[in-house]
Ligand binder design. Structure first.
Ligand code: SAM
Length: 305
């Protein structure tokens, strides 16, 4: 199938923008898609540079060159071209999806992509894997709050939240992760089993601290702000799963967690929920209103009174 480039004009983007806090600063961006894509992505305030491994965009066949160039431009990345050895990671566009490979010397890692439509994640969504997070957010059939997830990552938590019927604004500031999310959400939006859920998620590429500051200044609120900051470094024995290791490699540690939490408390009207490894310290001295504990994970819930 031909890859088509769709330009969403600002008004169109607004129409399908379910974000509780879309602002006039929304920029139109060129989105690429294999199918008509109901996802749109906002670019926001990407003005907090992080140090990250050099990543370039590559393409599997010549017919994908234009789409790859557009993707690179959208996320401020370069094209790999002849110089693949200069890059620590490569985002490779194929006819089916966008995948990430970490380059180690002459070898590359197993490709990583974001897929909401199959495998273990789909099983988890269909078989009650969302229960703990939904409980932490207080979501019930009769209560579907608006949620801002300020730490997008692989988008799994947002997807679980959206599967309950909530609208979620999902922020991700790392361009590589945001590009993978855009791809995963576009494919999920086009799939009959996941389309409804994916369309409830509005991806925003940008820094959430700045965005929350702007919301607070404008007097805008959301019901819930959700945070899942990068986990602390673990011992070898407690190594995280492969895809999370890749995320750690790309993104590093969160150095602005406290600030993110402070801004979240200003913008949430109902609660702020923070995901932590079960035994890790809280991210702030403020005592949570209550905690929801699982085998490996804990949710600290801060009710806004
Ligand atoms: C641990 S991961 C989140 C995993 C996610 N909850 C999931 O279900 O896949 C943290 C992510 O938050 C992003 N992040 C951290 N601080 C951010 C900020 N201030 N604005 C936007 N994204 C941020 C990081 O780039 C990283 O991808």
């Amino acid at each position: 199938m031909l890859l088509c480039s769709l330009r969403f004009e600002y008004q169109t983007a607004r129409k399908i923008d379910y974000s509780p806090h879309s602002t006039p600063s929304t920029m139109k961006v060129q989105c690429w898609a294999k199918v008509i894509m109901n996802q749109t992505i906002e670019k926001k305030h990407h003005d907090r540079p992080e140090s990250r491994p050099l990543t370039g965009v590559d393409f599997a066949e010549e017919s994908l060159r234009l789409a790859a160039e557009q993707l690179a431009a959208d996320f401020g990345l370069g094209l790999v071209g002849e110089n693949s050895s200069n890059f620590a990671a490569v985002l490779r566009l194929t006819q089916k999806h966008l995948e990430l490979q970490i380059v180690r010397g002459d070898s590359t890692s197993r490709p990583l992509l974001i897929d909401f439509t199959g495998g273990a994640f789909r099983y988890r969504t269909l078989h009650g894997g969302a229960q703990m997070i939904l409980k932490a957010l207080g979501i019930k059939k009769s209560y579907r709050p608006t949620v801002i997830d300020v730490t997008g990552g692989m988008g799994r938590d947002s997807f679980l939240i959206a599967s309950s019927g909530c609208r979620v604004s999902l922020y991700e500031r790392n361009p590589v992760v945001a590009a993978l999310l855009q791809d995963g959400l576009a494919r999920a939006a086009a799939h009959p089993d996941t389309g409804e859920t994916a369309k409830r998620i509005q991806l925003v590429f940008g820094d959430a601290v700045t965005a929350l500051e702007e919301m607070a200044r404008a007097g805008e609120r959301t019901d819930i702000v959700y945070l899942d900051p990068m986990f602390p470094k673990r011992s070898k024995a407690a190594k995280v799963k492969k895809d999370l290791q890749t995320l750690q490699f790309l993104v590093g540690q969160n150095d602005d967690t406290e600030e993110l939490f402070q801004r979240a408390m200003e913008v949430a009207s109902r609660r702020v929920v923070v995901k932590r490894p079960r035994k890790a310290a809280s991210i702030t001295d403020l005592q949570p209103s209550h905690k929801i504990e699982g085998k490996t994970t804990r949710f600290d819930v801060y009710m806004i009174t």
